[in-house]
Ligand binder design. Sequence first.
Ligand code: ACM
Ligand code: ZN
Length: 468
Amino acid sequence: MKLVPQPYKITKLTGFSSQNEIDLFENAPEFSEEEYELFISADRIIARASCDKGFYYAKKTMKQINLLYDKIPCVLIHDKPRFSYRGIMIDCARHMFSIPELKKMISVASDFKFNKLHWHLSDDQGFRLEIEGFPELTEKGSVRKCDEFINCKSDKEYSGYYTKKQIKEIIDFCKDNFIDVIPEFDMPGHQSALLHVFPEFTCTGGDVEVKTKQGIFKDIICAGNDEARKVLEKILDEICELFPYEYIHIGGDEVPKTNWKTCEKCQKIMAENSLSDENALQCFFINKMAEYLENKGKKCIVWNDCLKGEGLSKTLTVQQWQGTAKKTALAANGGQKIIMSHFGAYYVDYPYGMHPLSAAYSFEPRNFRGLNSDGKKNIIGVESPIWTEHINNEDRLEYMCFPRWFAVAETAWSEKQNKSFNDFYSVCGSLCEIYRKEGVNCAPESEWKKKSPLKRLTETIGFFLPKK
Ligand code: ACM
Ligand code: ZN
């Protein structure tokens, strides 16, 4: 029997069941919290788990069996996840999506047993999270001068943000689906929207625009500005109050250090703390922010750019997205927890010809150079992001994610030896068909079957060319 994600163990029994719903929920105190057993016999369907999470996943499996199979075969399923961290990420800073749309995405993801929603809520192109202490952040920081990215020819503004009430609505919805919500407040780079409101927090103090183009921008938060740090902490206070989960993502990606190099305040911090270079200063800055959050009982995640410098605290979880994984392997071997979001496999905002379904499926998160057996244990899971510079509507959002997120789900949940791309592919069409009927715009097979090198090349070039 093929399911997605494939369960840990399926024992075939004889015959078919006359039932299609679980009719008995039994306590199994010996199971871990996401583990469950589903016993489908001719006349009964029994689920066993140690808590609601396990029963929830048993019900999700039962739902998929009903969707995929007309006659329900008798089986005994024993299931538990390979990874504790199984994430999707949605960028709502470049383009926002409605609350019903986000619920739709979350709902499909939960059917595939994802358990983390990383919600990217602020970036150079917009600040989208209501902060009561600083209403200008959304009044001014959510507005950019142009609603499209590539040519910026339109003079239509783009703006919007999520109120705390809306954020709570998503958190409650996720709670019902056993998904933790991890907000990202990216720093010290990718903060043009905040710096538009607080230009005095840059090293140079000049005006900063909310950006209308994709890119990496040199105006970043000054690492030696006490006022900036206090405001960031107040924003984090509100974020912590709103999001009740263990993790907060504090970014740390793509930080150009040009301004830090010539800033007196930044250089003073470096001298006082004997920091060898600006990359070490970034670690120092991030460690301080993380320490602040850890004192409030949170754990922090940062992008792997933070490993460029010396001294990143081991308490931080690192999300690997690009670059050689050499430093990531060393960090993992030394005890750092790692989430794998390999760009070529898991960045689903890129066209299927560039990041094919087979790559999303086949990527093995615990297999990279330099990783030893301790390091492997510290790879706690995977996450697939959708960045939205090029995605400004719901149909496109769904098209890019599905079925690639079905593929990622199988790596996140299923044991390596239980995976087979051919088996996955054999049900992928049916799954897309089923979800299309529920209104999800899954990409057609022509997108996700193997493409010719020429087609892949043209899609790759097309992605980087300006759009008309
Ligand atoms: C990233 O894609 N800049 C994390
Ligand atoms: Zn500075």
